[in-house]
Structure formats: C-alpha cells, structure tokens
Write a new protein. Structure first.
Length: 261
C-alpha cells in the first residue's frame, strides 16, 4: 500500500510496547527495517523484533535512554550498522507522572520533561545531522498528545512537555523544509496502551474517559500506527509541521455536543 516504504529504515523510540510497538509492526507490514528502542522492557522489545520479522520486516532491539546524547547516537549507529542508513525517525518514547503541581518535585518535573521533550529534541538532532550530512530527505514523526492543546490538571509536566513538542515540531519543520526533511506530530487521545492500563482496568474510569470521546470509544494503538505509516510515506510528501489528531474527536470540546453551552 505504501510501496515507497519497502526496505526503508526507521528508528522508533519506546518501541517495545503500546503505540511505538504498533507503529513498528505496521512498518514491518510495509517491509521496513526497524530499530526498536527500549528503556527497560527487553522482553517486550525482543518480542517486537520477532513480530516484525514474522510480518515481513527486519528489526533489531537497542536499549537506550533517549534523554541522553549517547542514547540517541546508539540508535542512529544501530540503524546505520545493521540496515545501512536512516529514512524515518519516530520520537515516541514517553511517560507521565500524576501529582498536584504544587507537590511535584524538581526531579519528577525534570524526568518528564527530559523524556517527553528533550528526548524529542535529541532524536530530531541526531536524525537531522545524519540527513544533512548525506544530503538526503527524511521524515520525523513526534508523538505528541491531545494535551499539547488540552490543559491537564495534575499532569502539568506532561502537558508542558507536549506543548513543547508541538512548537519544536513546527519550528524544525520550517527550519528544515528547504532540505526536504519533513517534521510532523501525532496527537493521540485516549488509547488502549500500558500507560493507561491501570486507569482503564477500573470500569468507572474507563467509562468516564470514553464519555469524553465523541466517537464513544477508546482508540487502539493500531489507529495511531495507521497515521504514522502515512506520515512516513511519500503519500504525505507535501505535509510538514502539522499535528494529526488521532483522538475520536476528544480535542473538539465534547462538552458542547448537542448544542450545549
Ligand atoms: C495520555 C493518556 C490520556 C490521554 C487523554 C494521553 O496523552 O497519555 O494517559 O488518557 O492523553 O487524556
């Protein structure tokens, strides 16, 4: 379906589970070669490598902390050493800490910003330098969230990081557009992933979240992966600096449904 992706090389941060994992498997269906980054879930990453090979792609799992320059360099090196180059870089790794803002420690704040925002900067920087040096085009996909736009009390560090990812995406899209390097973001809403496992195991909380989605359902990681494959491919060749919301309408002020307000 996306023939131009055949044999292309992607790095996916946080690829051992959730949305990153679904993107890796979707890319494998296009016969891509994928560097699966994981932080601590080696078993998940090994399983993803197997799934990718079964799906027709190729993969290698690499442990790295994306909030360090050495970490992202290891991912780039793995792409070059194993698969001979780099075409797509997906900054997906993320985490969240819930706490009233006045109680958040500086350490917690820094951790969320480091992984969700600085990690995106470092990933972009590694990919940009590679493509500029090789004088070749590339596609970067940053995992944002509906919370790049929707305030989220008790998740200030996360919302702040995602707001940063939005402007980082737009700024670098503009800066590198002359080099045919495209930078876009995906903004998932409520998706069935490990980050939400505890919340969604509670039926009342699950239903409450579901009621905030105009399409009245929680999304699947594959819904996000379907957008990530399009943004990686030539079919989006004139698209840069945009955020694609994959949220069942969650970001559309659902409380106004039916003409309320
Ligand atoms: C968060 C989820 C949350 C969703 C909608 C996502 O960015 O990771 O935990 O359910 O936004 O609020």
């Amino acid at each position: 379906m996306f023939e131009d992706l055949n044999q292309k090389v992607a790095v996916i941060t946080g690829g051992s589970k959730g949305i990153g994992n679904a993107i890796a498997i979707r890319y494998a269906q296009e016969k891509m070669k994928v560097v699966i980054n994981y932080h601590s879930d080696q078993a998940g990453a090994d399983k993803a490598v197997e799934q990718i090979k079964e799906a027709g792609g190729d993969a290698v799992a690499v442990q790295a902390d994306v909030s360090t320059e050495a970490g992202v360099q290891a991912l780039l090196d793995a792409a070059i050493d194993n698969f001979g180059g780099l075409d797509v870089w997906v900054n997906n790794a993320g985490m969240e800490i819930q706490r009233p803002t006045h109680e958040v420690s500086l350490e917690e704040w820094n951790k969320v910003i480091d992984i969700n925002m600085t990690g995106v900067f470092l990933g972009e920087k590694a990919a940009l330098n590679y493509w500029l040096d090789k004088k070749q085009p590339g596609a970067i996909i940053n995992m944002s969230s509906v919370h790049q736009q929707i305030p989220w009390p008790t998740f200030a560090s996360y919302a702040t990081a995602k707001g940063g990812v939005k402007l980082l995406t737009e700024t670098t899209a503009m800066e590198y557009a002359p080099h045919n390097i495209r930078v876009n973001a995906l903004a998932p809403g409520a998706i069935n992933t490990p980050i939400n496992a505890k919340k969604f195991a509670d039926k009342a909380q699950y239903e409450q979240t579901r009621s905030m989605v105009p399409m009245a359902k929680i999304g699947d990681p594959e819904d996000v992966a379907d957008a990530a494959v399009w943004l990686a491919s030539n079919q989006s060749k004139y698209v840069t600096g945009t955020t694609m919301f994959v949220d069942g309408g969650m970001s559309l002020y659902p409380s106004f449904q039916g003409g309320k307000g």
